[in-house]
Design a protein around this ligand. Structure first.
Ligand code: SF4
Length: 267
């Protein structure tokens, strides 16, 4: 991943820890691209913690209306700024505990800010890290982001945690995407559990009767002679059942699946 991801760092634009904290708070359930669209005007209007702390949520709202949950985020931004002003002398705290004490700052936000702004060894787990870690098989059946974090930390040296966080995020954002992972351009196919499963063919069926039809559909348990070609989610043409459309089609003579599997390792 280091070889193909040249700059493993956050894509949220910021110039100081305060701007980073604001951007990370805004990025919850929202894309970094969207946050980057609104932050220049927001930072210009409220350039310091004090300026934000002196504002009311209604003053902030117009600047962040296009991000998700603008009302609660506006309230949290102002409340967090007031707490930073009153409890931390206007400086963004560096410790996880202090960051998590701020309104609207959960474990993930605190870890991102502590790691990116202050170099604290942390491995925040967002939706991309969670998905990619499971798909590759770095963790299996972890129930919560904190559990994923704990297990990843056991496998990686602390000096790599921050980098691993960014590598996994960027890999998930651009290659191992949620709906359809782009295994065809991924460098991890030799290591990845998901890819291994993708290439696994169903076991042959026994006892099929080729006199009843050339093909057999496992889903609706019918024989037929003329399959319907269909393109699967990976862009491969498959044979499908003319009755139910299923691609679980078997050759009645050999009992083997007609499924084609991708081989992206040949590049
Ligand atoms: S091989 Fe496919 S599923 Fe596995 S990490 Fe790469 S893109 Fe994701």
């Amino acid at each position: 991943m280091r070889q193909v991801i040249a700059r493993p760092q956050t894509e949220l634009r910021h110039e100081n820890p305060c701007q980073l904290l604001v951007a990370v708070m805004l990025s919850a359930q929202c894309t970094d691209a969207r946050v980057n669209q609104v932050t220049p005007a927001l930072f210009a209007a409220f350039p310091t913690v004090e300026a934000l702390a002196a504002a009311e949520p209604e003053d902030v709202l117009p600047y962040i209306r296009s991000v998700s949950y603008p009302n609660s985020k506006a309230r949290h931004l102002v409340a967090a700024a007031r707490r930073i002003r009153d409890a931390f002398g206007g400086e963004i705290p560096a410790s996880l505990e202090a960051l998590e004490s701020l309104p609207g700052v959960g474990p993930k936000t605190a870890r991102v800010v502590a790691s990116v702004a202050f170099g604290v060894a942390a491995l925040p787990v967002d939706t991309h890290v969670y998905r990619v870690a499971h798909r590759i098989g770095l963790v299996r059946r972890a129930r919560t982001p904190l559990e994923v974090e704990r297990r990843l930390k056991r496998q990686l040296p602390a000096r790599d945690w921050g980098e691993a966080h960014h590598l996994l995020i960027l890999h998930g954002r651009y290659t191992c995407t949620a709906r359809r992972p782009h295994c065809e351009r991924c460098v991890l196919t030799d290591l990845c559990d998901h890819y291994r499963r993708l290439r696994r063919l169903p076991a042959p069926l026994e006892g099929l009767d080729p006199r009843r039809g050339r093909y057999f559909c496992k889903r609706c348990r019918r024989y037929f002679d003329v399959p319907v070609p269909r393109t699967d989610r990976y862009g491969l043409e498959q044979l499908s059942c003319p009755e139910c459309g299923s691609m679980h089609v078997f050759d009645a003579k050999t009992g083997r699946s007609t499924k084609r599997v991708p081989d992206y390792r040949v590049r």
